[in-house]
Design a protein around this ligand. Structure first.
Ligand code: SF4
Ligand code: SF4
Length: 446
């Protein structure tokens, strides 16, 4: 694609990077076929190619974002299916991240929009605030139908997503979980922000699985949210501050006792931590440290697949593997979880239309509830076509989103792997009788 940025504009490293990305696009439109919003809405401006044109125009002419541009960029899930499809290697992720920062800097959103986004950006990355607000939101759940009726769909979606019960979640930060037997490795595990509040069983399974195979696990003191959530909202300063905090926490751990890897059980976070090197490329104080952290970052399955596992399934289950977009398109690492599950003896099935997002996409299901709802229903219908006993995935957001549209139990891959190597049955499978279960009677609940 031809561009006409001035030399003065290109002196800005972010503009220079976006220009490089724009020039790689040859307008072929292959990406439109796999873009979930184009598939649903059929509008070129809701396709990657259309958004690329909008972003080019906005950046090249140094225009403040308009309501029309914001509408189409906000509808983008950042699922990155377009990057998998693109034959020219267009790095859409970095381009749309830049566009979101520009929108945040130049566009004043309507008051309610600003309030909702501020609440999401403040509450979700803070486990204490998140837990407290989830408890309070239980009281407001009966208001969901009323909120929908008066057009407050996003507020209704937020309340709707809040679980009715919360598991107990001990604070694990700073704890070291020693290897069983001889130590073969030492890793840091990202505890994160939503996982410990909504599903602490995921990281508990990961720790047991690793310890059982001779790996010491540390939750680095001082670690917190990886910054992914606000990064995708264009709130770059906050994202960089949160990322710096984690870089410092993990660097201290590397210097103290060494780390073989930094493991992440939420693939959305993994994509961002693997991108820290890029995010800090122009920061002399952090560029090297960030690149080192990104090089150590692994999805949990990428690391565990290299271990000699003694696994056998505790039940002969047909497992549909839902590959989160952040893992399959963002990290190109969706093969490893399936290899692990198959090695443990599970009957692993791919989900038809597996390249399409389930609609979770970080905060997308709160901020764009209608598109997210349609994608969840489509995903659940595709999952049900393979008649699985259980759906396994690698991202808590996908688990919550898909569970809204099907009654098939959802688990994280590490929960199944922990079970198959001697750990307890995953909570979501307790009480499920697989002998009598008929996969084709799952009732849609959304
Ligand atoms: S597939 Fe790649 S090169 Fe073709 S229009 Fe889409 S982004 Fe541009
Ligand atoms: S990231 Fe996903 S939703 Fe956004 S343009 Fe690419 S394919 Fe479409």
């Amino acid at each position: 694609m031809q561009t006409s940025f001035s030399l003065a504009q290109l002196a800005d490293p972010d503009i220079a990077e976006s220009e490089r990305i724009l020039r790689a696009c040859v307008h072929c439109g292959f990406c439109t076929a796999t873009c979930p919003t184009y598939v649903l809405l059929g509008d070129e401006l809701d396709s990657p190619r259309g958004r690329i044109y909008l972003i080019k125009d906005m950046l090249e002419h140094e225009r403040p974002a308009t309501a029309e541009v914001v509408k189409h960029i906000d509808r983008c899930l950042s699922c990155l299916a377009c990057m998998t499809t693109c034959p020219s290697g267009v790095h859409y992720m970095h381009l749309v991240d830049h566009a979101r920062v520009h929108i945040e800097d130049t566009y004043r959103r309507p008051l309610l929009d600003r309030l909702l986004r501020t609440v999401v950006a403040t509450v979700l990355p803070n486990p204490w605030l998140f837990r407290t607000s989830l408890r309070l939101s239980r009281l407001a759940k009966p208001l969901v139908p009323l909120l929908k009726t008066i057009g407050l769909d996003r507020l209704a979606a937020m309340l709707d997503l809040a679980p009715t019960t919360l598991p107990a979640s001990p604070d694990q930060r700073g704890k070291v979980f020693p290897a069983q037997g001889r130590r073969h490795g030492r890793v840091a595990l990202l505890d994160g922000c939503a996982n410990p509040v909504l599903a602490p069983s995921i990281n508990a399974s990961a720790i047991r699985l690793l310890n059982r195979h001779g790996i010491e696990v540390v939750i680095a003191p001082g670690e917190g949210c990886c910054g992914a959530l606000v990064h995708h909202m264009g709130r770059d300063k906050t994202a960089l501050r949160q990322a710096r905090n984690n870089i410092d926490a993990w660097t201290r751990e590397i210097e103290r006792d060494g780390l073989d890897a930094i493991l992440i059980t939420t693939s959305g976070c993994g994509t961002t931590v693997k991108d820290y090197g890029f995010m800090f490329r122009s920061d002399p104080a952090y560029a090297d440290k960030a690149a080192r952290i990104s090089a150590l970052a692994n999805d949990i399955a990428e690391y565990v697949v290299q271990l000699p596992l003694a696994a056998s399934p505790a039940a002969r289950l047909r497992v549909a593997y839902h590959a989160p977009c952040s893992l399959q398109h963002g990290q190109k690492a969706a093969r490893e979880p399936k290899t692990l599950l198959a090695r443990a003896g599970f009957d692993v099935k791919d989900v038809p239309e597996g390249h399409l997002c389930c609609g979770s996409a970080g905060t997308y299901n709160m901020l764009q509830p209608e598109i997210a709802r349609r994608l969840a229903i489509r995903k659940a219908a595709n999952i049900e076509r393979v008649k699985p006993d259980v759906v396994a995935t690698s991202n808590l957001g996908c688990m919550v989103q898909i569970a809204r549209a099907t009654t098939i139990p959802m688990v994280h891959v590490v929960e199944l792997m922990d079970w198959a190597t001697g750990g307890p049955r995953p909570d979501s499978l307790k009480g499920v009788n697989f002998e009598t279960m008929s996969a084709n009677v799952h009732e849609r609940v959304m």
